[in-house]
Ligand binder design. Structure first.
Ligand code: 4AD
Ligand code: MG
Length: 463
């Protein structure tokens, strides 16, 4: 009798019937005259049993891991006392190899293992992806983006697709990838924010899922040269609304994932101790964070006027307390987040540390000093640190023109962005979520490099 082709996910309804399954040999074990295959087809794993004639062929003897195969047989409930994925197994009576994988030195399992050098794992990323954990992280990423899209839709944000090739910078000239665009200078986008801002009067609140590029020479656990950036922009809000919105979107998205059986299983597999964060998230003003760091003895490397680290006679960096106006570097930020142990909104950073477009905060009465703060916030997660950066935007045209000047930006290529303040300006704000960083937190991965399909970092653009 003929057998219809079924994906592993849909096998349950075919118990006792014949089925034809296509996939890759994920695990392989022989015992006496029986060959056990765990087959993988992307929708799940299936145990298949070859015994008798189907196990006594040359093809069966030389079958290798990662070969692609076609299996036909009868699906039966797994005998009592034996475990198999899905609680059933395929008793194979016909099968064939579709594409053999090498044996010997080139065999899949001889190319790498969990303890291989990171550079080998990076070169073989196309094969590493086939592993259970690596593929589960990518599956969770897909579920997470679907859940975000559903949450945004519920909050009436519209998805748009801004360009990657741009002629304006957003987050500082130092980290731009420059390219020759038909003889004109252009850049790979650092952030789609400016484009989202122009969409507000057309579409209302908007979001995008777009690659961002940063030519940062940062070899850290959380920096990529290209990353997936989930950005949103909202009109007619204030700073408090912005932080509440970020918190709501993240929590509702996490709740959706936990309510989805498949996604919840992935989280459980990758991060068994995950619990959804309690609301409201802690909020810590930048000036209070500086005091907190000093109270907890968390210092940073001293730098001279040129920005070089000052070292002592043994070549060790000199560690000093944080002062108001200092950037909170990754190491200090990470220590702080890990001690606090919950999500934290760090907010109201000095204008000097932040981008040209950020709205200035109203001065606290009697604050006296000339520290200018912005309505800006970073959301920090334990184990990762900053996963979201956001702010209210300058809505006044003259203030924006002064912002360009301060940053040394030629306003000409920004005419379209400036126009947003000319044609019906409004109070507005938005944020960007680093998708790989959020995933590193959710899936408890050591580095964002495990959370990207094909990660790029300084010097790496293959595979
Ligand atoms: O803090 P950033 O630079 O903010 C912006 O780009 C804003 N224009 C976003 C906006 O308001 N629409 O980047 C936002 C987030 C960071 O919090 C971080 O999670 C992630 O993007 N990110 C990176 N992720 C991986 N590798 C890098 N090099 C990253 N740089 C930023
Ligand atoms: Mg940031």
């Amino acid at each position: 009798p003929s057998a219809i082709r079924v994906k592993i996910l849909n096998l349950k309804s075919l118990r006792g019937k014949r089925a034809r399954v296509l996939g890759w040999v994920h695990r392989l074990r022989s015992q006496k005259d029986i060959i056990f295959i765990v087959l993988r087809d992307g929708t799940g794993y299936l145990q298949a049993v070859l015994s008798g004639a189907p196990a006594r062929t040359y093809e069966a003897l030389t079958l290798t891991l990662e070969s692609s195969v076609e299996l036909v047989g009868t699906l039966q409930t797994t005998p009592e006392g034996k475990a198999a994925p899905g609680g059933h197994e395929l008793l194979v009576d016909f099968w064939r190899t579709l594409g053999a994988a090498p044996s010997g030195d080139d065999a899949f399992t001889n190319r790498f293992n969990e303890k291989s050098e990171p550079s080998i794992l990076a070169d073989l990323r196309h094969l590493v992806l086939r592993g259970e954990n690596a593929s589960s992280v990518l599956r969770l990423c897909s579920a997470m983006l679907s859940a975000f899209r559903a949450t945004y839709s519920e909050h009436h944000l519209i998805e748009v697709n801004p360009p990657c090739v741009v002629q304006t910078q957003v987050e500082g000239g130092a980290t731009l990838f420059k390219l020759d665009y038909y003889g004109q200078p252009a850049f790979l986008t650092q952030s789609s924010q400016l484009y989202l801002e122009t969409c507000l009067p057309a579409l209302g609140d908007v979001y995008c899922v777009q690659e961002s590029f940063r030519a940062e020479n940062s070899h850290t656990r959380r920096h990529l040269s290209e990353y997936t950036h989930l950005e949103a922009e909202l009109a007619f809000i204030n700073f408090d609304d912005l932080m509440n919105h970020i918190e709501t979107i993240i929590c509702e998205t996490v709740d959706k994932l936990l309510q989805n059986e498949t996604a919840a299983a992935l989280i459980k597999q990758l991060n068994p101790s995950f619990t959804p964060p309690a609301r409201p998230f802690k909020r810590l003003a930048y000036v209070d964070a500086i005091a907190w760091l000093n109270e907890h003895g968390i210092k940073h490397e001293a730098e001279d006027a040129e920005g070089n680290v000052i070292k002592d006679a043994d070549g060790k960096p000199t560690m000093v307390d944080h002062a108001i106006g200092d950037d909170i570097a990754e190491a200090a930020e990470r220590k702080m987040t890990d001690i606090i142990g919950t999500p934290v909104f760090l907010h109201s950073f000095p204008a000097e540390l932040k981008a040209f477009y950020m709205k200035k905060a109203a001065k606290a009465p009697g604050s006296g000093d000339n520290l200018v703060l912005t309505e800006s916030c970073d959301l920090l997660m334990p184990g990762v640190g900053e996963i979201v950066g956001g702010s209210m935007r300058i809505s006044d045209i003259d203030e924006l023109l002064a912002g360009y000047k301060r940053e040394g930006i030629d306003p000409a290529p920004y005419y379209w962005f400036t126009d947003q303040r000319k044609y019906g300006t409004c109070e507005h704000g938005g944020y960007g979520i680093g998708v790989e960083r959020l995933l590193a937190w959710l899936a408890n991965r050591y580095t964002v490099r495990e959370c990207s399909l094909y990660p790029r970092w300084p010097g790496r653009a293959t595979p």
